[in-house]
Design a protein around this ligand. Sequence first.
Ligand code: PRP
Ligand code: HPA
Length: 173
Amino acid sequence: MSIISYIRTIADYPKKGVLFRDISTLFLDPRGLRKAIDGLVMRYSGAGIDKIAVIEARGFLVGAPLAYTLGCGLVLIRKKGKLPGSTIGEDYALEYGTDRIEMHDDTIVAGEKILLVDDLLATGGSALAAIRLIEKNGAEVYETAFLVDLPDLGGSKKLKASGYSVFTLCEFE
Ligand code: PRP
Ligand code: HPA
């Protein structure tokens, strides 16, 4: 079965007219979870990635098993106020409002090769804010990787136009 068949679509969530692509069903099925993580492992083994940066909350689910398997560090990018140490932050626009993400200021070192991972790419607002955080510390974004792309929302186009490489396991038109 393809990755796409493990993802459930829920109409009118979080508001009327939205078709919400729900990855909880992919994580519920061990075959879906294995297929997704193996797809990323295949792409990035041997790539020399220093750290994987993940965006709260669903991105953590994808990045942690990938970092464990590849043997690299995991950088947690969290919603504002969640990290206990000294942080840097970035505001961004979401499909459904605005928010702020933060990262501990000592987790990424200049020159490191960072893979940015999240579950889903929609408008690209979260990914671009995360990239700004990573680059503030002088690190290189090697690639951005997602389980799902929603190309109609323009995120992949925006990221590519800004010069970033985008890898996705599936897309919903
Ligand atoms: C969702 C998703 C991505 C982001 C994609 O997260 O997990 O992080 O939105 O949208 P964008 O490309 O338009 O920025 P959300 O902020 O809903 O948080 P959650 O993972 O905590 O549910
Ligand atoms: N599914 C899950 N997360 C999302 C979506 C979606 O359709 N759009 C923006 N974030």
